[in-house]
Design a protein around this ligand. Structure first.
Ligand code: CA
Ligand code: CA
Length: 241
């Protein structure tokens, strides 16, 4: 009998990519694939930086129950969210999530390669991660809107329910996203000013004056012109068969 080596390899890789942590398990556990695509195009922003596209930073994700473990609107961001929202660095947030009580799984996502030969998700690039979840589990994530001082995309309303009743959700969930201001650095218009990441040393952190409102809120409250979310980022969630 011929052994299906290709199928075995696929199965092994699938197990290896199934996320970190202790998992949610259970008879109703479902494996989901989450895809984050940068759909921004040249000239979307009125700036020469990155050709006017909107790079997205490497991000963090977490599966949890009840309350969003990543940030809370109206309260100061923690240092982990600050590092992502200002500079696109995930390590601090990952360490905070390691100690979070209501997080069953968490991880990071990125897109190796591309124009920076690094982990940022540039126009046309995609980042993918997989997770196991059970009914009652919610998902939240953060990724920096790189042409800003401290803005990041996440799900609105504290996260997204991964199940409707016992049925796994499926499809394009971009309309569930919101762009938030972390409240950690004063804003200039997208693509402008000396303190946004594309104008800084790539390794620098926490460069720029403090925000005059030190709480997390919708970026739209800044009054600046912001491109429509679905012209920058597309998120799909697919339950694996
Ligand atoms: Ca700000
Ligand atoms: Ca900055």
């Amino acid at each position: 009998m011929r052994f299906p080596q290709a199928a075995l390899l696929t199965a092994t890789l699938g197990l290896g990519l199934a996320g970190c942590g202790d998992g949610t398990g259970g008879p109703l556990a479902t494996t989901f694939t989450v895809t984050i695509r940068n759909v921004s195009t040249p000239g979307l922003l009125a700036t020469d930086r990155a050709g006017g596209t909107v790079p997205l930073s490497p991000g963090v994700w977490a599966v949890f129950v009840v309350s969003n473990p990543l940030f809370e609107i109206g309260l100061p961001a923690d240092e982990g969210t600050e590092r992502i929202a200002e500079d696109g660095f995930t390590e601090t947030k990952a360490a905070i999530l390691d100690a979070a009580g209501n997080v069953s799984l968490h991880g990071t996502f990125d897109s190796p390669g591309g124009p920076d030969a690094g982990p940022a998700i540039f126009a046309g690039e995609t980042a993918t991660f997989t997770l196991d979840a059970s009914p009652g589990d919610r998902l939240q994530f953060e990724t920096m809107f790189v042409q800003s001082n401290d803005w990041f995309y996440a799900f609105a309303n504290g996260g997204i329910d991964l199940f409707e009743g016992a049925t796994p959700i499926s499809g394009n969930v971009t309309d569930r996203l919101a762009l938030y201001d972390a409240g950690t650095e004063e804003d200039t218009a997208p693509g402008t000013g000396p303190d946004q990441k594309p104008a800084q040393d790539p390794a620098a952190t926490d460069v720029g004056p403090p925000d005059d409102d030190a709480t997390v809120r919708l970026a739209s409250t800044s009054g600046f012109t912001i491109p429509r979310t679905d012209l920058v980022i597309q998120v799909t969630i697919t339950p694996n068969p």
